[in-house]
Ligand binder design. Structure first.
Ligand code: CA
Length: 239
């Protein structure tokens, strides 16, 4: 087992266990994820993977299916028997895995090789978000573009058609939260918990007031759509 790097991401160590016997695949994944500021621990067979997962905490596991000593599906089941750690399967095309099968043996997602690093990081981000870990993702340091809207999370600035939109800190936090998954509906209670405070006792009117203010500043109601009885979603206006 090799510790390839020890880096922090927003003061939080994010460690990923990579289980991959192909040195060239492992090398490129390690390079890409280290570049994104993640800590990678690499093992090259199933026995070591199960041992490592039992011994240390990982934020996420990337698991190759075709391993020299045992089937990756069995590795996944063995880890899943004792841990809720998010698992993304790395599958060669010839292995004919599908999402349903992956979910059946306890994986959270799968990627078919060859894959690009941007896609891998996006999947890691999505799976981690669903798992409730990794609140700050590696790609959040890069400007995000939604239609004509650009969100710079690092500088906390927002641009619409290259013109800066001046938001209050809470308006920015709310917009950035909805932008975590453009098009997805976020529930009011989740918005209040995530954007305001984990011990929120206030009224949901606060959310509505901030949504109204952001809509006004973006100049179009459709940027933030109200979903009756549920919450809000962010998407670029059709027109
Ligand atoms: Ca393999």
């Amino acid at each position: 087992m090799f510790v390839n790097s020890k880096k922090t991401l927003d003061n939080k160590d994010v460690s990923i266990l990579l289980v991959e016997d192909d040195p060239s695949v492992a090398g490129s994944v390690i390079d890409g994820l280290e570049h994104a500021g993640l800590t990678i621990i690499h093992v090259d067979n199933g026995t070591k993977a199960i041992a490592a997962a039992g011994k240390s905490h990982f934020d996420l596991i990337l698991l190759d299916l075709g391993l020299p000593d045992m089937d990756g599906q069995d590795v996944c089941r063995a880890i899943r028997a004792t841990s809720d750690v998010p698992i993304i399967i790395l599958s060669a095309r010839s292995e004919e895995i599908d999402r349903v099968l992956a979910l059946e043996f306890g994986a959270d997602d799968y990627m078919v090789k060859p894959f690009g690093m941007r896609e891998l990081i996006a999947r890691i981000r999505a799976v981690s978000r669903r798992a409730g870990s990794l609140q700050e993702s590696p790609t959040q340091t890069v400007n995000q573009t939604i239609g004509s809207l650009v969100i710079d999370r690092r500088a906390q600035r927002v641009f619409l058609s290259d013109v800066e939109v001046h938001l209050t800190p809470k308006e920015f936090d709310l917009l950035a939260y909805l932008a975590n998954d453009p098009g997805a509906v976020f529930r009011r209670n989740d918005i209040m918990t995530e954007v305001w405070d984990t011990n929120w006792y206030g009224t949901t009117k606060t959310v509505d007031a901030h949504v109204a203010a952001i809509r006004k500043k973006l100049g179009h109601q459709e940027w933030i759509e109200s979903v009756r009885g549920v919450g809000f979603r962010l998407s670029a206006p059709a027109s």
